[in-house]
Design a protein around this ligand. Sequence first.
Ligand SMILES: Nc1ncnc2c1ncn2[C@@H]1O[C@H](COP(=O)(O)OP(=O)(O)O)[C@@H](O)[C@H]1O
Ligand SMILES: CC(=O)N[C@@H](CCC(=O)OP(=O)(O)O)C(=O)O
Length: 269
Amino acid sequence: MITSKSTQATEPKPILVVKLGGSMLDQLTEAFYESFIELQKQYYCIIVHGGGPAITKLLNKLNIEGEFHNGLRKTNLETMEVVEMVLGGSVSSQITGNLTKQGIKAVGVKGSEASLLQADYLDKENLGFVGKVLEVDATVLHQLLDQGYFPVVAPVGKTLDHETVNINADVAAGAIARSVGAEKLLFVTDVPGILFDNEVMEETTPAEIEQLIEKGTIYGGMIPKVHSAITALSDHLQEVRIVSGEQPLMEDGSLSGTSIRGKRKEKVE
Ligand SMILES: Nc1ncnc2c1ncn2[C@@H]1O[C@H](COP(=O)(O)OP(=O)(O)O)[C@@H](O)[C@H]1O
Ligand SMILES: CC(=O)N[C@@H](CCC(=O)OP(=O)(O)O)C(=O)O
């Protein structure tokens, strides 16, 4: 006999958005995934994941050339098919599978579905099917959270002409955090925080970050992370953290890595 189990709407809690970097995905331990059990007692949790290395691996296997411009993958139609397959398929399943093992009701959601990530081309001529976020319709996320599910979002978007586009996962995470009114945003990556002279900076500000980028201390994949962090900061979301995926996340999600706080400048993209 088929039995059905309905879920109950849960009590109001703040929202925590966690961006899982592709750099770290294969190294995340069971203890790391287990930490979401505790985190869920305090927060509604949403994961937005990357998967750059997994995309590159499959492109290489298929002998499709990859090319990056300023950290963004040039994406033609053929590449886009692989991006969607990897992010919305294998990577999403890897994460939801690991959460499910912990008894968490994880559900994979593609940003291109349910109007979640409405996008436009960032620079169609030079980058092809790479998107920038125009608008986030977070209804599907709120519905899932209300019903006790844990959304795991793949960073692909849909343009007004109904094409699927590839969105940098840091950018997608920042946009989603702002749209859902998250109280906390964590970027989980392969370094213990923002490094300065080989030391982890415990805290920094948008103004200091701009100087560190100018000096070349912050470069490469850390740039979209800090820019997305700065863009996400608001009266509601007063702190963003960049943390390592090597340890389980702390229960209050705040005890390690680099804390970014402070007012953002008017126009940081
Ligand atoms: N100041 C910095 N501190 C730490 N990491 C930095 C810094 N500047 C650049 N990086 C680079 O950023 C990388 C993390 O970004 P990225 O590779 O895109 O990871 P992810 O896949 O987690 O998004 C680090 O591995 C490091 O090489
Ligand atoms: C436009 C663009 O570059 N998209 C990224 C999407 C995945 C991503 O951002 O993954 P990480 O977080 O692992 O870097 C890409 O194709 O690699």
